[in-house]
Design a binder for this molecule. Structure first.
Ligand code: UD1
Ligand code: UDP
Length: 383
């Protein structure tokens, strides 16, 4: 039987983290020829992940420019992929999640009449402007896709509600757990001198990240001001914030928090040290999507700096609290977690609704099933 030619397309840090273990596994699979194409919507933050997982893309569109708009990304990726897809003619294209690379990757494949497999399918917040543009990106990608790899049962039901047929949806768990389990180690040694110097026993370390477009401007100002007040109030707390390379966020974070003792604004970390920092943290503040899946797997309470989430599983289980972007609400919730031990322990309750480290295996099994290499459907992931 002819090998199945699978082209994986991604462009940003989170897509790379969540697709890297899949690409590694595709490369090891006998019946599959794996081709990797990166758009490089992110450059440095993408390369950090490619280096860590030792991935060498066959195609690199290298499109990133500083201060790029969504339309800049859209037009460059669409045109760049046309040439690559016409040359490679894969049997299927895999895209991940909800970025502009994801949606345009799916659209470019559709224009060449190549089927699309959507990894991390079916997440929905219900509001097309929050997260923006991600909610629309994933809905549009869902419309273009032939196969849908839904991490959870809830994601599966979202797709069924939108009229997608049961037989093309596979519940696999989230590949981020596959990645996380490969890099987190209890005796991890940080090469970064600051992270290495912190005494994780006597200090309570809060790890924070913040980058979402809908938080740019006033919401982000509120968040950063809240963090300053939290640090001033709690002397045994250290805050580590690896700041996204987006120039708006770099500037605002420096303006509001740059001079504060005990708040460490650092460059984005490689995935391995970052995941291990999460593992040593007391609690996490974030507006990131992926971190909402990683923190519960590590048993860390997480305060989400957004007004809604497309990841309700850990909220229902009690490890995630969505607090919004008002200063007083953020301070109130973090104070409570720092001062009320019983409340903290209840939220810390280790629980992992998102995966068991075998999502990639299930996705490959599903691909082989769909293309007739396997007779059996993969088993459904259950939390
Ligand atoms: C993008 C995705 C968002 C995802 C996020 C993950 C879109 C529209 N947004 O948002 O869904 O959650 O990535 O981080 O697809 N930059 C660098 N180097 C890098 C990366 C970014 O300098 O390695 C700077 C550049 O100036 C770039 C800017 O950050 O123009 C913004 O990058 P962009 O991909 O447009 O948006 P993100 O906010 O990163
Ligand atoms: N991450 C990382 N280094 C950092 C900050 C985050 O490797 O300095 C990882 C994090 O563990 C998660 C992913 O990047 O897997 C999340 O990416 P991001 O917050 O940029 O995007 P989102 O998940 O919100 O789309």
């Amino acid at each position: 039987m002819k090998k199945l030619k699978v082209m994986t397309i991604f462009g940003t840090r989170p897509e790379a983290i969540k697709m890297a273990p899949l690409v590694k596994k595709l490369q090891e699979t006998e019946d599959i020829e794996s081709i990797l194409c990166v758009t490089a919507q992110h450059r440095e933050m993408l390369d950090m992940v490619l280096d860590l997982f030792e991935l060498k893309p066959q195609h690199d569109l290298n499109i990133m420019q500083h201060g790029q708009t969504i339309s800049d990304i859209t037009t460059k990726v669409l045109k760049g992929l046309e040439t690559v897809l016409q040359k490679e003619k894969p049997d299927i294209v895999l895209v991940h999640g909800d970025t502009t690379t994801t949606f345009i990757g799916a659209l470019a494949a559709f224009y060449q009449q190549i089927p699309v497999g959507h990894v991390e399918a079916g997440l929905r917040s219900g509001n097309i402007y929050s997260p923006y543009p991600e909610e629309m990106n994933r809905k549009l990608t869902g419309n273009l896709a032939t196969l849908h790899f839904a991490p959870t049962e809830g994601n599966y039901h979202n797709l069924i509600r939108e009229g997608i047929e049961d037989k093309v949806i596979f519940i696999t768990g989230n590949t981020v757990i596959d990645a996380l389990l490969q890099v987190v180690k209890e005796d991890y040694f940080f090469e970064n001198p600051l992270l290495n110097k912190i005494d994780y026993n006597s200090k309570r370390v809060i790890v924070m990240t913040c980058h979402r477009r809908e938080n740019w401007g006033e919401p982000m100002e509120n968040i950063f001001k809240a963090v300053v007040e939290i640090k001033r109030k709690h002397k045994d707390v250290e805050i580590v914030f690896p700041v996204h390379l987006n120039p708006n966020i770099q500037k605002l974070s420096r303006d509001i928090m740059g001079e504060e003792e005990g708040i460490h604004l650092i460059e984005p970390l490689d995935y391995e040290p970052f995941a291990n920092l999460l593992n040593k943290a007391h609690l996490i503040l974030t507006d990131s999507g992926g971190i909402q899946e990683e923190a519960p797997a590590l048993g860390k309470p997480i305060v989400v700096l957004r007004t809604e989430t497309e990841r309700p599983e850990a909220v229902e289980a009690g490890t995630v609290k969505v607090v919004g972007v008002e200063k007083s609400k953020i301070i109130h919730e973090v104070d409570k977690l720092l001062e009320d031990q019983a409340y903290y322990l209840q939220m810390k309750n280790a629980l992992n609704p998102y995966g068991d480290g075998r999502a990639c295996e299930r996705i490959i099994h599903a691909l082989k099933f769909y293309f007739g290499f396997n007779e059996e459907k993969p088993k459904v992931f259950k939390a």
